[in-house]
Design a protein around this ligand. Structure first.
Ligand SMILES: *Cc1c(COP(=O)(O)O)cnc(C)c1O
Length: 443
């Protein structure tokens, strides 16, 4: 009796395997044919093979191969996976720093085809690359006579050092010899250009007189680097840009985070307008930190200095593409960036969102609480500043389940709990976040 049942089951399984549709038959489905045009044949065939395998295993009936293959298709080919940043670190380097605004994303999409990047359409004559983005940048920083854009903040510094100080001295405080992350050190980067570093002062104290004593005929410029990822406190002293500008040599200031004007919540963070007004000849910064734009490096300053830098042969090797120019211009001229919104978010509002999410998820039997949290700017900006925030607190195993779910969510572990901090999560993502938590609870 038992043996007969086993044989019947085996026969059924063989029958199901025989009924698994062949690949070309599955690909004849108009929905999958459309997917081949959109995603390419390789991706679609892989999904079909996976679906056929499930039918052979008996996980799905053979009639469901087409629908299963469709469900297995990725939304786009290749590329990086979008994630929800619930770390509470606004500019998370591992998550690509600043998220682009919807306006900047649309601008990137538009520029992705052929675009007037170096052509003046009314006259049909070749035009300066990035002219509208550069004009927008100068428009936001009235004390800048001109601007130039390169691939990132480090490239801006390399270009400045090469064009203004190769074979000469860069005078820099010992308190500002910074490692920017992943083992890269600004002093090494500067020396790689052929400039010499003239270190002055001490780790905690450097005065204008220290700089003055080191300045001579070999000086290319004085460099001030904003200690953007650490703080020295206690018995400290640093010379201001105004004092240094009075020494008679160009002062270059690497402000790091790309604030164009002072930010009321970040009074310690230097801004381009303020530094140029104080007498800096050139300011360098990143586009994807507090500016909230695409990865790029900004150089702002007096027109002759910017011209020297932008006409140097190395500038050609560091130039940005049209996608970056489009995103930068939209960031500068469009509505507030997600970074600005996250910085300005009201803690009481964040707590209300956390409580709403916690009560909705609690109703599904999930062990979740709304808790107060402390967010940070991150990404090399405003070290030591904490921003009051609110989070969902979940059992620790949620961290891995959320990271590997269909919509990956990256939170942070604190005291044995997985915290999902809402400050860097745009409110319109709350529903997706809740869905991801429900999916993680079920796995
Ligand atoms: C981040 C940073 C850099 C490097 O900028 P990237 O855009 O990451 O290349 C250089 N200097 C300072 C002070 C920074 O904060």
């Amino acid at each position: 009796m038992e043996r007969r049942v086993t044989r019947e089951r085996a026969d059924e399984a063989t029958d199901a395997r025989r009924r698994v549709p062949r690949t070309d038959a599955v690909l004849g489905d108009p929905r999958l044919a459309e997917a081949v045009r959109r995603l390419g044949p390789g991706v679609v065939k892989t999904a079909v093979r996976q679906a056929q395998q499930r039918a052979r295993d008996g996980t799905i009936p053979p009639e469901q191969v087409r629908d299963t293959a469709l469900a297995l298709l990725p939304p786009t080919v290749g590329g990086l996976r979008p994630v929800i940043n619930a770390t509470g670190v606004l500019l998370h380097t591992n998550l690509g720093r600043a998220p682009l605004s919807p306006a900047a994303r649309r601008a990137v999409q538009e520029a992705a085809g052929a675009a007037d990047v170096e052509l003046d359409l009314p006259t049909g004559v070749r035009a300066r690359r990035g002219r509208t983005a550069l004009a927008a940048l100068c428009g936001r920083v009235p004390s800048a006579g001109a601007a130039h854009v390169v691939n990132n903040g480090a490239a801006a510094l390399v270009l400045a050092a090469t064009a203004l100080a190769a074979g000469k001295d860069i005078v820099i405080s010992r308190g500002e010899m910074v490692e920017i992350g992943d083992g890269f050190r600004l002093p090494d980067l500067l020396v790689s250009t052929g400039a010499r570093l003239r270190e002055v002062g001490t780790t905690n104290r450097t005065t204008a007189a220290d700089y003055a004593a080191a300045i001579g005929p070999d000086t290319g410029f004085v460099l001030k680097v904003h200690p953007s990822n650490f703080r020295i406190t206690g018995f400290t002293r640093a010379a201001g840009t105004g004092e240094l500008a009075a020494l008679g040599v160009p002062v270059v200031v690497d402000i790091g985070s790309g604030l164009l004007a002072p930010h009321p919540l970040l009074p310690e963070e230097p801004d381009a307008q303020g530094q140029l007004a104080a007498g800096a000849a050139l300011v360098t910064a990143s586009g994807d930190k507090l500016l909230g734009g695409p990865q790029c490096g900004l150089l702002l300053g007096a027109e002759p200095v910017v011209r020297t830098v932008s006409r140097h042969p190395l500038a050609r090797a560091l130039r940005v593409d049209k996608l970056t120019l489009a995103a930068l211009e939209a960031t500068l001229t469009g509505p507030d960036t997600p970074t600005a919104a996250a910085l300005a978010a009201d803690p009481a509002g964040l707590m209300r969102r956390a409580e709403q999410l916690a009560s909705a998820l609690g109703a599904h039997g999930i062990d979740v609480r709304a808790v107060g949290s402390a967010a940070t700017v991150g990404g090399g900006g405003a070290p030591g500043v904490t921003l009051p925030s609110a989070a969902l607190s979940l059992p620790e195993p949620y961290a891995a389940a959320l990271r590997t779910g269909p919509v990956p969510v990256v939170g942070r572990l604190e005291a044995g709990r997985c915290l999902l901090d809402l400050r860097a999560v745009p409110p319109r993502d709350d529903e997706r976040l809740a869905e991801a938590v429900r999916a993680a609870a079920g796995r």
